[in-house]
Design a protein around this ligand. Structure first.
Ligand code: NAD
Ligand code: TYD
Length: 330
């Protein structure tokens, strides 16, 4: 099966491309990626896949590529909650309209569209876990734009009988994640001895999933998933943010003096938790627990300064100053 992997130069998309190539299923993969600040061609360097630089909102480009493949896996998105709070417009364009452009092309070509989505579309949950039947109640501009994409996916299936699927994952972590996200940010700041900004009291809970475990789930859903269905993919461990940061401090030989509690994120979701029984019913199981996954992740960042070094300057440095400069200076 030849795949069009959109957003395949980003964090999860590139891990998925590596996974497919390593599994001997990489033949004919075409990656379409706009190469925003989050897209890095080096994430898929050395792999025998075609990289097309372009926008999923470009209808002509998308149609031409969709006609060459057997299925679309859509990772392309603006993906960071804090940036969506600062500037939501691009999230609506890519995550909603871009999804529509892909869906229309896939429907017309009669091929499968697998939408990569997030637990954040369900909103926050104090107790228990979200199932695929839970209501969609997103809270941030990011999660609302992802929910918009998911709803259009559902509408294309219901209205046109399009062959669509949605995989909703909990928080991913692992190699090649941009340092704007909590785990790589904390790892790199700890390695440098810089303060680690923790929003509020750090009691918010996330359900951590090692990225390669999400990749195996995506492969299952793509191969065995039933058209029109949603599949939740949650990680094996739930931790408050403060415990995540403490684990990173321990692994990097730093102490808690680096923790800097800063003002809370606007509209901060308190807890995410996913029930994954439906995906487990396809024979999937997460293989990597948090303790092992975070150790592997810290090790990867230690060994790959050539990857993250350039990110510590330029666009990310400016973003970091806007996001944290004042709070960390106080
Ligand atoms: P990322 O920001 O690392 O990568 C996104 C990629 O999409 C980048 O390579 C970027 O260049 C590309 N892109 C952005 N706009 C584009 C456009 N208009 N056209 C083509 N390419 C475009 O994000 P990620 O963390 O790898 O997330 C991938 C997908 O998984 C997203 O859809 C996200 O919503 C979803 N997701 C992420 C997580 C997580 O914890 N990171 C959890 C659940 C779901
Ligand atoms: P993040 O990695 O941005 O993922 P998401 O918002 O999609 O869950 O954040 C994970 C958690 O960490 C979230 O509760 C917000 C918190 N956080 C901080 O406390 N400090 C930070 O600097 C960042 C980026 C996140």
């Amino acid at each position: 099966m030849k795949l069009l992997v959109t957003g395949g130069a980003g964090f999860i998309g590139s891990n998925f491309v590596h996974h497919m190539v390593e599994s001997g299923k990489g033949d004919g993969i075409v990656v379409l990626d706009k190469l925003t600040y989050a897209g890095r061609p080096e994430n898929i360097d050395g792999l025998d896949v075609e990289l097309v630089e372009g926008d999923i909102c470009d209808r002509d480009l998308v149609r031409g590529l969709v006609d060459r493949v057997d299925a679309v896996v859509n990772f392309a998105a603006e993906s960071h909650v804090d940036r969506s709070i600062e500037s939501p417009g691009e999230f609506i364009t890519t995550d909603v309209f871009g999804t529509f452009v892909l869906l229309e092309a896939a429907r017309d070509a009669g091929i499968r569209h697998l939408q990569i989505s997030t637990d954040e579309v369900y909103g926050s949950i104090d107790r228990g876990s979200f199932t695929e039947a839970s209501p969609i109640v997103p809270s941030s501009p990011y999660s609302a734009s992802k929910a918009g994409g998911d709803l259009i996916v559902g509408a294309f299936q219901h209205t046109y009988g399009a062959d669509t699927l949605i995989a909703r994952a909990s928080n991913n972590y692992g190699p090649q994640q941009h340092p704007e996200k909590l785990i790589p940010l904390a790892v790199l700041n700890a390695l440098h001895g810089d303060p680690i900004p923790v929003y509020g009291d750090g009691s918010q809970v996330r359900n951590w999933l090692f990225v390669r475990d999400f990749c195996t789930a995506i492969e299952r859903v793509l191969d065995q998933g039933e058209a029109g269905q949603v599949y939740n993919v949650g990680g094996p461990d739930e931790l408050p943010n403060i415990e995540v940061v403490e684990a990173i401090l321990e692994l990097t030989g730093r102490d808690e003096s680096l923790i800097e509690h800063v003002g809370d994120r606007l509209g901060h979701d308190v807890r995410y938790s996913l029930a994954s029984e439906k995906t487990e019913g396809l024979g999937w199981q997460a293989a990597v627990g948090f303790r092992e996954g975070i150790a592997r992740t810290v090790e990867w960042y230690r060994e790959n300064e050539a990857w993250w070094g350039p990110l510590r300057s330029g666009e990310y440095r400016e973003y970091y100053q806007r996001q944290y400069g004042q709070a960390l200076a106080e």
